[in-house]
Design a protein around this ligand. Structure first.
Ligand code: C2O
Length: 534
C-alpha cells in the first residue's frame, strides 16, 4: 500500500515540503521474482492528481495498470485510491516505478527489482545495490512546470542532481547526507543504475574502478567493460563492480550529458561514496578519489557506450516487418496567438512533435477507456506513418515554414500481432538534441543508431539482425536516428514519448493502439472496478 503524501524534507540548506511515497525519498524498492503478480494500492493524499507507472513492465493484457494519465486511465484525484494489478514475466533485472502525472515524478519514484528463479548468467554478486539518480529543484517542481506551461517557456533548470535522494558533497549543506555505499574489499557488487532525472541525460563514473555492464532495462546483455555510463531518463543499467583497488573511499559521480550547444543546463555534479577502507574514513584523512567524467558535450563517449550493447544470446528477430514506420522527433516553436503569453525565444511558445503532430492529452477520458467503451471524439486514428513533408531533417538551417506542428490526440492503430519497425529520426527544427524515447507496454530490439538522415539504401546494411539489445528506452542521437522493432502482441494503448519530461509537456509523444486478437490470451482484461473516472 503506497500513500502519496506531502512530507517535510531538507535539501540544499532549505526546508521543503515534497510529495513522497510512504514518506520515503526515493520511494520503497519493490523486490519481486520473475512471474510474480503485484497488487499495489495507491492512496492519493496529495493535493495534485497522481497516477503510477511501472516503467518497463510489459503489462501483458493489463494495460489498465500501465498508468500514464489520460492515456490508460483517468488520474487518481486527491482523496481517492486505485489498486494496480499486474504480473512481471520474462523480464529480469532493473525496472522502476514513477508517477505519470505532470511533474509529480520529480519526487515520486523508486526501484523495481526483478530476480530470476535460478542463477544469473554472470558471476553471482556478493551484494546488490540500487542506485537511482534524480533531479532536485528548490522550487516546488509542480510550480516550475506550471509556470513554464503557462508561458510556453523552457522550465527553470534544476538546482541539483541526486543519488538515492541525496545531492552529495559538492553541494551546499549536503555533505552530511551524502549517500555512502559501505562495501568490502575484494567483493563484487551489482549496481542497479536507474536514471530517474526529469530532464537530463547523465554520465556516471566511479573513480578508479572498471564497470562491467551485464544488462539494461530488465534484459541481460553480453557483458562489456567500460569506465563510464550514459543513461537517459528512463534507462536502467546493471553493472558489476569489483572492489580491487587500494582500500579507501571512491566517489561515484554523475553529471549532465548535453547534446545541444548554447542551451542553459544544470552543470552541477552529484556524488556518492563507495567506502571499503575504515582506516581512511576517519575525519581529517584524505578525501575520496574523484573520477574524470566526460565533458558535458562528449557525444563520442555517449555514442560509443550506446553502441556497445548486444543481447546476451542470438535473437530470433521478429520478421517479416508488417509495418514500416518513419517518425520524426522534433522540437519546434508556435507563433504567439493574440491574447497568449509567450515565453519562448523571440516571443514564441515551445512545442514538440512526432511527425509534426504535437500530442495533446484528452481531458475528459483516457484513450484506453474511450477505445474500450467506444466513446467517440476523444482521439483519432490518423497518426501518420511517415512525415507529412519530407525534408533534409538534419540540415543546419531547417526552414521556418517547417516549424509549426499541429496539435492533436492521434494514435497509430496496429493490427494485433503485427511486426512493427520504426525509424526514429531526430530533426534540427528548433535544435538538434538527443532524445531518450520510451515505449510503454512493449520491449523492442534496437537494430541500429546513426547520425544524419536515415538512408534506407545504405543504413539497412548496418542493422544488427543477430544479437540486437532488447530495451524499453532508446537514445535517438543528436541530429541522428535509431531503428527499433517489436511485435504488437499486447492489446492496449501504448504511449511512446521522449522521457525528458519537458519535451512531453511540449507534445513529444504519440500512442499506438493495439486492438484485441482472437483468443482469450490475445484479449485485454476488463477494466478493474476501482479504475478512476474522470
Ligand atoms: Cu517512464 Cu511514460 O514513462
Amino acid at each position: 500500500m503506497d500513500q502519496v503524501q506531502e512530507s517535510p524534507v531538507k535539501r540544499l540548506c532549505k526546508a521543503h515540503n515534497r510529495i513522497f511515497v510512504n514518506g520515503q525519498f526515493p520511494g520503497p524498492t519493490l523486490e519481486v521474482t520473475d512471474g510474480d503478480t503485484l497488487e499495489v494500492k495507491v492512496i492519493n493524499k496529495a493535493i495534485y492528481n497522481v497516477t503510477m507507472h511501472w516503467h518497463g513492465v510489459r503489462q501483458f493484457r493489463t494495460a489498465w495498470a500501465d498508468g500514464p494519465e489520460f492515456v490508460t486511465q483517468c488520474p487518481i484525484r486527491p482523496g481517492e485510491s486505485y489498486t494496480y494489478r499486474f504480473t512481471v514475466l520474462g523480464q529480469i533485472g532493473t525496472l522502476w516505478w514513477h508517477a505519470h502525472s505532470s511533474w509529480v515524478r520529480a519526487t515520486v519514484y523508486g526501484a523495481l527489482i526483478i530476480h530470476p528463479w535460478g542463477d544469473y548468467p554472470f558471476k553471482k554478486p556478493d551484494k546488490e545495490i540500487p542506485v537511482i539518480l534524480g533531479e532536485w529543484w528548490d522550487r516546488n517542481p509542480m510550480d516550475v512546470v506550471r509556470n513554464a506551461t503557462r508561458y510556453g517557456a523552457a522550465p527553470d533548470i534544476s538546482d541539483a542532481y541526486t543519488i538515492n535522494g541525496q545531492p552529495g558533497d559538492l553541494y551546499k549543506c549536503s555533505s552530511r547526507g551524502t549517500t555512502i555505499f559501505a562495501v568490502k574489499a575484494g567483493e563484487t557488487n551489482l549496481f542497479r543504475f536507474i536514471n530517474g532525472a526529469l530532464n537530463t541525460e547523465l554520465f556516471i563514473e566511479i573513480a578508479g574502478h572498471k564497470m562491467t555492464v551485464v544488462g539494461a532495462d530488465a534484459s541481460y546483455d553480453r557483458p562489456f567493460d567500460t569506465s563510464v555510463l550514459m543513461l537517459g531518463p528512463g534507462q536502467t543499467t546493471d553493472v558489476l563492480v569489483t572492489f580491487d583497488q587500494a582500500p579507501g573511499r571512491y566517489y561515484l559521480a554523475a553529471r549532465a550529458y548535453v547534446s545541444t550547444q548554447g542551451v542553459p543546463f544544470d552543470n552541477t555534479t552529484t556524488t556518492a561514496i563507495i567506502d571499503y577502507g575504515t582506516q581512511t574514513t576517519k575525519p581529517g584523512k584524505k578525501s575520496p578519489a574523484f573520477p574524470k567524467l566526460p565533458a558535458f558535450n562528449d557525444t563520442d563517449t555517449a555514442t560509443k557506450f550506446a553502441e556497445s550493447f548486444r543481447s546476451l544470446e542470438t535473437v530470433k528477430l521478429p520478421q517479416p516487418v508488417d509495418e514500416n514506420l518513419f517518425f520524426t522527433v522534433d522540437l519546434g516553436l508556435f507563433n504567439c496567438q493574440p491574447g497568449q503569453k509567450c515565453g519562448g525565444p523571440n516571443g514564441t511558445r515551445f512545442k514538440a512533435s512526432m511527425n509534426n503532430v504535437s500530442f495533446v492529452l484528452p481531458s475528459n477520458f483516457s484513450i484506453l477507456q474511450a477505445h474500450y467503451h467506444g466513446v467517440p471524439g476523444v482521439f483519432t486514428t490518423d497518426f501518420p506513418a511517415v512525415p507529412p513533408v519530407q525534408f533534409d531533417y538534419t540540415a543546419q538551417n531547417v526552414s521556418r515554414g517547417l516549424w509549426q506542428p499541429v496539435p492533436g490526440t492521434k494514435v497509430y492503430k496496429l493490427k494485433y500481432g503485427s511486426v512493427v519497425q520504426v525509424v526514429l529520426q531526430g530533426t534540427n527544427i528548433f535544435a538538434g538534441e538527443s532524445h531518450p524515447i520510451h515505449l510503454h507496454g512493449n520491449d523492442f530490439y534496437i537494430l541500429a543508431q546513426g547520425f544524419g538522415n536515415f538512408n534506407p539504401k545504405k543504413d539497412t546494411s548496418k542493422f544488427n539482425l543477430v544479437d540486437p539489445p532488447l530495451r524499453n528506452t532508446v537514445t535517438v542521437p543528436v541530429s541522428g536516428w535509431a531503428v527499433i522493432r517489436f511485435v504488437a502482441d499486447n492489446p492496449g494503448v501504448w504511449l511512446m514519448h521522449c522521457h525528458l519530461d519537458v519535451h512531453i509537456n511540449w507534445g513529444l509523444a504519440m500512442a499506438f493502439l493495439v486492438p484485441d486478437g482472437i483468443g482469450e490470451l490475445e484479449t485485454l482484461e476488463p477494466p478493474p472496478n476501482d479504475l478512476p473516472v474522470c
